[in-house]
Design a protein. Structure first.
Length: 273
């Protein structure tokens, strides 16, 4: 399972719209979402699931083709204004998830973002830095590694929690993470749900093309509960001009996997869906 979380910042000024046409465009770009924010020339901050989504969004917005990693050796100060990425493959909401992958935990990524904020203040001053951060759009996507690479792969959490209890633990961690990001200054946060992880080749039943039903059920349970929490956060925090959106990717990707012929995907001999 190759999932990662990342925080991305892209600059030029913008207006935010919600449109469904992005769904059609995203179909050909691997990262398929049912609905999302479309950003036309502005600051974009994203915490999300795949590298192609990050580069695809930046490219489609006409900002730049490549977003350098914040901790990269070649990062220039000007990149803090035009776009950087915070990414760590294998991390999750559960602090134990990042350990086997030697990844930066979700808490660590927030710490890096706070460091970025300090550098931005030094670069452009506190007032401008506050504006840049508050006008940004943030996307977060975690949880898949927690379920696939932690709960179903390592025994420790299964001894501590049954599956519904572990999902409840993840939901609590996700909400805390989102509120911390909001408290730092993020006003608009899009929350990607977990994809059908049981259909990943590494998670399927051995020697079969069948998806792992239990892992997919865990993803659906997480998604249904986090969507309700996002609604609650909107009710509680809208007085601070904050807006949260749940973005479903589960059913679109599942349809793409199960109806691959419809999308023009032909399987060669011995190839899995």
């Amino acid at each position: 399972m190759a999932c990662q979380t990342m925080l991305v910042k892209i600059t030029p000024p913008l207006k935010i719209k919600e449109i469904s046409s992005l769904e059609e465009k995203a179909t050909t770009e691997t990262c398929h979402v049912r609905k999302t924010w479309v950003l036309t020339k502005s600051h974009l901050h994203r915490l999300q699931i795949c590298e192609k989504c990050k580069q695809w969004t930046a490219s489609k917005l006409g900002v730049k083709e490549f977003l350098p990693p914040y901790i990269g050796d070649d990062l220039e100060l000007s990149d803090l204004l035009t776009g950087v990425a915070f990414a760590s493959g294998g991390s999750g909401y559960d602090p134990l998830t990042s350990i086997p992958a030697t990844a930066t935990s979700s808490t660590g990524q927030l710490e890096l973002f706070l460091e970025y904020k300090d550098k931005l203040i030094t670069l452009v001053g506190e007032e401008e830095a506050t504006r840049v951060i508050s006008e940004g759009i943030y996307f977060t996507a975690m949880g898949a590694n927690d379920i696939a690479n932690n709960y179903f792969s390592i025994l420790l959490r299964r001894h501590q929690y049954d599956l519904p209890s572990y999902v409840k633990f993840l939901i609590s961690s996700a909400v805390n993470f989102t509120m911390e990001l909001n408290d730092i200054g993020a006003k608009r946060i899009g929350f990607f749900g977990i994809p059908p992880i049981g259909c990943c080749p590494s998670e399927r039943k051995h020697g079969s093309r069948e998806c792992d039903t239990l892992q997919n059920q865990a993803a659906e349970l997480f998604n249904s509960r986090i969507e309700k929490e996002i609604e609650r956060l909107n009710a509680e925090r809208n007085v601070h001009d904050s807006r949260f959106a749940y973005l479903d990717i589960y059913y679109n990707l599942l349809d793409l996997i199960q109806q691959h012929d419809f999308y023009g995907k032909q399987l060669s001999h011995g190839e899995s869906q």
